[in-house]
Design a protein around this ligand. Structure first.
Ligand code: GL7
Length: 789
């Protein structure tokens, strides 16, 4: 089928000519037209013979779809013109779409960039997720505290882009018991007495970039199965409530493991619904199961969907009557697993009793996988110093999900070189020595369509005016920009574009949030989830130091700076919430200080989201990527800001290292301990934050403000932060890296004074950012993991 922009144009104009609409109504009209003219008309193309990939993820964070979809369908300019013709402001219409925030942070956003790239590269690759009724909470600030409100992203009239496919509903079973018996000379398993929940799929179309491809993101909603009459109202409403709870909330915790029954049930609900649908479509298409790995691939996005491994085993053995060996071979060939973090608290384990109770057949299968693995390992022999506990999936009463995901997959990858190497050589060493060919690295990427073309049209158009349009489909061609690195006109225009983007942000903040920021200042940006290891607090200590410095030597700060923060903290992560309060309190005081006015500003923007990031990133001068080395698996905000011409101040962590390799050290501000040093301290070196404190007057002055009443607000919280650094071990080595951070910050300031030299560095960063397009990442997954052509 051919996409038909003419028809779209006609229909849109007709509708707009005939009545007046609110912005939301126009948005809904656009979505309806796109679905009608593009998705429905294209349905017949869906049963293709090509290999299909499914990306299973508990989180997707697409933000708004309207501009992405219009851009991908090559309708953006047409649509803007028509809207203007009928006196609608395109930006207002587009912004009336609510962000779909079905994820917490980088992991979910990555999943959305991947879907965008899969379609852009013309692969048949689809997302499988959950349709949480409430997405990531809405953050409000009250008296400098984070307040969490429910995120009603579905709006009053439902979600514009989704389409319920009720004929594809499946049943997911929980609890009950396993009945085993002999049938046709075969030991057969059957679940009886289970709780049954209906899973209904909603498809959201994902369009390829001007290439006619339509993939889908399927999100599943849990519903109760109606009772046969006569209905006992009370019993039914209880079971309805229990079923619907499954897809009510996204767990608002990104790096720690929530040991909740509900979370386990959510995970199983996703994988069971998804794989049932995939298998039944596969079989209905007439394919044979023995060819499954040639025709289907499944990616397990972190361990959250790892139960897909025993679930596929269950379906193959219990429903399709394959024997264990065949089923295992198919399963491992189809599955692959991405690890996204090495943080201890994020490595999921589930108590055995919980699995036995909630998913008894799945537990049996995991037990059997574990038994076979351990037997095999013991037969071949352990190496010196190794114990079976380094390998077993079940240890004492816990099931280790990363190990289950690893043994059940043919490829296991980390998300940046450093992270993949720690994964292979430390966390999963017992596996990588036995299965070295399975371990690989796939450095993350971001969609340059969303984060450059859509978020920063000024820069995008300027780039095209210099090097043509081909970088849009081949982002590595951004490298051609390097030939302009000494062109004064180009560098001046780059500076002008940054200023224009800063002004847009300023206007937006002034009108929407009544926040005023210094237009001529350096925008120093740290936007990401709030977590100890990401060290927003280190940034704040530097701010406190500068504040002092400005008081002592009014001319010391040669470049006025605005520090911009945006971050949500997991509701149960009290330490992170205290840091938010501290940032907000410091911001308030600094902004009111007459002595530093015009030199120093600090803003904390509430309710960080994808669409907020699209405003902030094009305006950033300096990108703060200051995690404790070895802790940030990759980071992707670092790539987004690099692509938009911000310079990075960062540790040698995650993908920062690869950014530095590409642009070379003089075009990035690196500081702090390297990963091996951090690991050495964690394992055996003595670390005394108090010794550092005692020797550094700047630290003493900055930190004392937390406890001497200088900063007004929640004094108990501030004291707690102070004690955590000085008396509770400073887990993330802030004090250790402080000196080097302050020094590097001052180098950045020096460089900024020379606008031309600064812009040259920005240009070099933009030119090398094509490597971090998720198109490159997906091309690697496709050829090296999924076997796509
Ligand atoms: C994360 C990592 O922390 C982050 O460094 C990485 O960029 C991202 C995508 O791979 O995955 N892991 C994780 O659990 N969250 C992340 O953002 C929430």
């Amino acid at each position: 089928m051919l996409f038909n922009p003419k028809l779209f144009k006609e229909k849109l104009s007709n509708q707009l000519a005939n009545s007046t609409y609110s912005n939301v109504e126009v948005l809904q009209l656009l979505a309806r037209l796109i679905k009608e003219l593009y998705v429905h008309a294209n349905l017949s193309d869906q049963c293709s013979q090509e290999k299909q990939v499914y990306y299973f993820s508990m989180e997707f964070l697409p933000g708004r779809f309207i501009e992405t979809n219009l851009l991908n369908l090559d309708l953006l300019d047409i649509c803007k013109d028509i809207l203007l013709e009928y006196h609608y402001a395109p930006r207002d219409v587009f912004q009336s779409e609510l962000d779909a925030a079905l994820g917490n942070g980088g992991l979910g956003r990555l999943a959305s960039c991947f879907l965008d790239s899969l379609a852009a590269l013309n692969y048949a690759g689809h997302g499988m997720g959950l349709r949480y009724q409430y997405g990531l909470f809405e953050q409000k600030m009250k008296d400098n505290h984070q307040i969490e409100l429910p995120d009603r992203w579905l709006g009053q009239n439902g979600y514009e882009w989704e389409e319920l496919q009720s004929n594809e509903s499946v049943i997911v079973q929980f609890g009950g018991r396993v009945h085993s018996f002999m049938k046709n000379n075969r030991l057969t398993f059957e679940l009886i007495g289970t709780e049954q929940v209906k899973a209904s799929p909603y498809h959201i179309p994902i369009f390829g970039f001007q290439n006619q491809r339509i993939n889908s993101l399927t999100v599943w909603k849990a519903e109760a199965i109606p009772y046969p009459p006569p209905i006992e109202f009370e019993a039914f409403s209880k079971s309805k409530r229990h079923a619907e709870q499954l897809t009510e909330f996204l767990y608002p915790d990104d790096t720690s493991y929530e040991g909740k029954v509900l979370r386990l049930r959510q995970q199983y609900f996703l994988v069971s619904a998804g794989i049932q649908q995939i298998l039944s479509q596969y079989i209905n298409a007439g394919h044979s199961l023995s060819q499954l790995p040639e025709k289907r691939a499944m990616q397990i996005n972190d361990t959250h969907p790892a139960l897909i491994i025993p679930e596929l085993m269950r379906l193959l053995i219990d429903h399709h009557l394959l024997d264990w060996e065949e089923a295992w071979k198919l399963t491992t060939q189809v599955m692959s697993y991405t690890n996204h973090t090495l943080m201890n608290e994020a490595l999921e384990t589930w108590p055995v009793f919980l699995l036995k109770e909630q998913l008894p057949r799945i537990y049996q299968i995991i037990e059997e996988i574990n038994r076979r693995l351990c037997e095999d390992v013991l037969e071949r022999g352990l190496s010196e110093g190794e114990s079976i506990d380094d390998i077993a999936i079940i240890i004492e009463e816990d099931i280790h999900m990363a190990r289950l995901a690893t043994i059940g997959s043919h490829k296991i990858n980390g998300v940046a070189k450093l992270h993949s190497s720690i994964l292979k050589n430390q966390l999963m060493k017992a596996f990588s020595t036995r299965f070295p060919e399975r371990f690989t690295n796939k450095t993350n990427g971001i969609s340059h369509r969303q984060w450059l073309m859509n978020a920063n049209p000024l820069l995008s158009d300027f780039i095209s005016s210099l090097i043509g349009e081909s970088w849009k489909t081949a982002p590595h061609k951004l490298e051609s920009l390097l030939s302009y690195q000494d062109d004064l006109d180009v560098l001046t225009t780059l500076a002008d574009i940054k200023t224009a983007n800063k002004n847009s942000l300023i206007t937006k903040l002034r009108t929407e949030l009544e926040i005023d920021i210094l237009p001529t200042s350096l925008f120093d940006v740290q936007i990401k989830r709030l977590h100890g290891y990401k060290r927003q607090l280190l940034n704040l200590l530097h701010i406190l130091y500068l504040w002092d410095l400005c008081h002592e030597k009014p001319d010391a700060l040669r470049v006025p700076r605005t520090f911009i923060f945006a971050a949500k903290a997991a509701p149960g992560y009290h330490y992170a919430k205290r840091i938010i309060s501290l940032i907000a309190a410091v911001a308030k005081q600094i902004n009111q200080d007459k002595k530093t006015k015009g030199k120093l500003g600090v803003v904390f923007l509430p309710n960080y989201s994808v669409s907020q990031a699209e405003w902030i990133i094009p305006a950033a001068d300096l990108s703060e990527q200051i995690s404790t080395a070895s802790k940030e698996a990759s980071g992707t905000g670092n790539m987004k800001m690099m692509m938009n011409g911000a310079l990075t101040i960062g540790t040698r962590d995650g993908a920062n290292i690869e950014m530095a390799e590409l642009v070379s050290n003089e075009n990035i501000f690196e500081f702090g301990m390297a990963a091996d040093e951090v690991i050495a301290y964690e394992q055996n070196r003595h670390y005394s934050p108090r010794d550092i404190f005692n020797q550094d007057i700047r630290l003493q002055k900055a930190l004392s403000k937390l406890v001497d009443g200088t900063i007004h607000g929640d004094e108990v919280a501030f004291q707690d932060i102070y004690y955590s650094l000085l008396y509770r071990g400073d887990e993330f080595f802030l004090l250790k890296d402080f000196g080097s951070y302050v020094h590097t910050q001052s180098q950045a300031e020096n460089q900024y004074l020379d606008s031309q030299a600064w812009q040259k560095k920005c240009l070099i960063n933009i030119a090398h950012s094509g490597y971090f397009s998720s198109d490159r990442t997906i091309a690697e997954y496709a050829s090296e993991i999924w076997g796509l052509t």
